[in-house]
Design a protein around this ligand. Structure first.
Ligand code: NDP
Ligand code: 2IT
Length: 445
């Protein structure tokens, strides 16, 4: 396997798709040895096949705002790989959405879903629509317009979308309503549904909960626990909210959260009613975190800054890709960080990752640490197929076990000769083997 040649060919075929190329490089660098040791992968040309999506669907979305103005947005669904199960992955509504970003996310999703041990292939989709400042009626019309195109390509055994940035329970509800109207069937075609109409308990919290469970497992390898540790969390959306909630339940103290406008430092800890307030802030559709300091005046707001300059034991980047760079990582290391667990997808730049690995920080990459969200989506699918609902305790217990199993798989494939666990390598190798072997079993199709 000639890594640099593969990557330069890929760059020529995908010019300017920097995030996709970044995600592919990280995976290929860590699976290189496995591919060399197992000639079957090269014989079946698995690498060239696995980096090419099965299809990229791109469509126009037209909708009318409250003033009667007509708008056009782009919609996408990247169906990357369905070797181990139907396509599965979230939908992102954010102005930054491009084909490049969705290809990176769809590619990551293949390995993440494989790690969950559940039968789910990799996909991602979304739109460059900006939900910020839109009315409820505008959000509904947009979601309906989006689904009038997307419904053609999805189905409970074909492709099952879910939420991601800018897409939560409300948006999924509007999309599900339109799907049901067109197709005439009420089934588990989306996950993250409302609990009254097929949604699983714990799904909204699952990604954040899972990232904390993963951190707990990493800490155990050094005889440590979450109790009494301080944590910095970025973002204040769905994933951050789940992480902050579980960190509090397990005895850690969260001292920072952030938004695109800056970060809030709260020395008293973000707990109780302050966590509920995070939900209110998010629901305001303004996407700024500063108002937290009006509500809780002991907290301080640092405009335009990221929370990685705050001294903490644990860091949970839960906002967006490439939000923590090499300098941020160095600051965290200088301040004695013990573990980093990625709630977001690829939030650390390659330089940041290098700093963490060089300094032997417990570093859980997104495809392992945030897999609890999609895993619980898988549990929602199972409940839909069985036409029954599990209790919150039951779902959380299954989620907890899945996160422990993912951690174990990372240890199995990522333990280095000095005992250090390279979770990046462990996650990529464990995720890759299952998908690659399935592709070989199924022939060239
Ligand atoms: P949400 O939309 O609920 O929240 C994301 C929030 O983060 C938005 O308010 C956004 O604001 C804000 N944000 C964007 N950029 C930054 C930044 N640089 N610093 C701080 N805040 C920022 O999304 P989720 O919580 O669902 O998703 C967060 C991350 O977790 C994403 O990377 C997503 O892919 C990942 N993830 C989500 C899963 C899920 O189940 N929802 C599962 C696994 C991973 P604004 O809109 O103004 O930019
Ligand atoms: O990045 C992700 O794993 C998600 N946004 C969740 C995907 C899902 O299908 O639940």
């Amino acid at each position: 396997m000639n890594l640099e040649k593969i990557l330069s060919d890929l760059e020529n075929r995908n010019p300017g798709q920097h995030e996709f190329l970044q995600a592919v490089r990280e995976v290929l660098e860590t699976i290189e040895d496995v591919v060399k040791e197992n000639p079957k992968y090269e014989a079946a040309n698995i690498i060239e096949r696995i980096v090419e999506p099965d299809r990229v669907i791109k469509f126009k979305i037209q909708w009318v705002d409250d003033k009667g103005k007509v708008h056009v947005n782009r919609g996408y669904r990247v169906q990357f790989n369905n070797a181990i199960g139907p396509y599965k992955g979230g939908l992102r509504f954010h102005p930054s959405v491009t084909e490049d970003g969705l290809k990176f996310l769809g590619f990551e999703q293949i390995f993440k879903n494989s790690l969950t041990t559940l039968p789910m292939g990799g996909a991602k989709g979304g739109s460059d629509f900006d939900p910020k400042g839109k009315s409820q009626a505008e959000i509904m019309r947009f979601c309906q317009a989006f689904m009038t195109e997307l419904y053609k390509y999805i189905g409970p055994d074909m492709d099952i979308p879910a939420g991601d940035i800018g897409v939560g329970g409300r948006e999924l509800g509007y999309m599900f309503g339109m799907y049901k109207k067109i197709v005439g069937e009420h089934h588990g075609v989306l996950t993250g549904k409302g609990r009254n109409w097929g949604g699983s308990l714990i799904r909204p919290e699952a990604t954040g909960f899972g990232a904390v469970f993963f951190a707990e497992e990493m800490l155990k390898t050094r005889g440590e626990s979450l109790k009494g540790k301080t944590a910095c969390v970025s973002g204040f959306g769905n994933v951050s909210w789940g992480a902050v909630t579980k960190l509090n339940q397990l005895g850690a103290k969260v001292v920072a959260i952030s938004g695109p406008d800056g970060y809030v430092y709260d020395p008293d800890g973000i707990s109780g009613e302050k966590i509920d307030y995070m939900l209110e802030l998010r629901a305001s559709n303004q996407d700024i975190v500063k108002p937290y300091t009006y509500e809780f005046p002991n907290a301080q707001f640092f405009e335009g800054k990221r929370p990685w300059e705050v001294k903490c034991d644990l860091a949970f980047p839960c906002a967006i890709q490439n939000e923590l760079n090499g300098q941020d990582a160095q600051n965290l290391v200088n301040n004695g960080v013990i573990a980093v667990s990625e709630g977001a997808n690829m939030p650390c730049t390659p330089e940041a990752m290098e700093v963490f690995l060089k300094n032997k920080v417990l570093y859980g990459p997104g495809k392992a640490a945030n897999a609890g969200g999609v895993a619980t989506s898988g549990l929602e699918q199972t409940q839909n197929a069985m036409k029954l609902n599990w209790s919150a305790e039951e779902v959380e217990e299954k989620l907890h076990n899945i996160m422990k199993n993912i951690h174990e798989a990372c240890v199995k494939y990522g333990k280095e000769s000095d005992g250090f666990i390279n979770y990046v390598k462990g996650a990529n190798v464990a995720g890759f083997i299952k998908v690659a072997d399935s592709m070989i079993d199924q022939g060239v199709v």
